[in-house]
Design a protein around this ligand. Sequence first.
Ligand code: ADP
Ligand code: ADP
Length: 232
Amino acid sequence: MIEFQNVKKRYESKKQTVEALKGIDLIVEKGDIFGVVGYSGAGKSTLIRLVNLLERPSEGEILVNGKALTSLKPKDLRAEKKKIGMIFQHFNLLNSKTVFDNVAMPLILSGTPVKEIQTRVNELLEFVGLLGKAKNYPEQLSGGQKQRIGIARALATNPSILLCDEATSALDPQTTSAVLQLLKKVNQEYNITILLITHEMSVIREICNKVAVMEGGRIVEQGPVFDVFAKP
Ligand code: ADP
Ligand code: ADP
């Protein structure tokens, strides 16, 4: 599903070179809820931005659904991007648009017929439990509700993979739990593979089946959550 083969990433500027990833090997299998945990600066955001095609690796290869990302042509890259949804720590909703329009945005951008957009957005809002908020604006919602909208938007184009970048870090513990349970439902009911990054071990324990622990641009441990955490 997602495979990193000896991936290195350097950020180069005139002043200095930062080696953010120093040789990452990672396999996320279909159906996994795979968590990457580590302190700030470990390289987690870089790793997720490489999957989402926001960054290019300096060395190595990343395979998504069996395709090598570095060898794809621009047209195929766009098609691949649609198969990957993403949610963010600060939700990244458009404040000037209604909840409905926020969720519809990826469908509007990909030229989906209006009727189809109506049906799909209503179905997604129902799935995340916020059909009643369709006409509201993001600032009228709580943090947990905003992230539910973020999830609905990420699912709009029917992706096979959902990337989560510190998706619950801005939420209180109770809301965090509710959003994590919704992610579990996304994984089970839509059969979507989830790759999430977090600095919180509790998030990993609550929903992940596999974990990679990152430190200084390397994975220092990787495996089923039970095995990794069972070690003394
Ligand atoms: P994390 O998400 O675990 O906090 P990051 O991937 O953001 O880690 O960062 C890993 C390292 O790469 C850090 O030293 C960070 O300062 C550096 N870094 C991240 N993005 C950039 C960038 N665009 N330019 C230069 N350095 C960067
Ligand atoms: P996050 O809170 O998700 O870890 P970061 O603070 O690491 O986000 O990064 C926010 C943005 O700043 C990213 O686009 C990243 O590329 C950039 N960035 C991070 N560290 C550096 C750095 N040392 N130099 C330049 N840009 C950086």
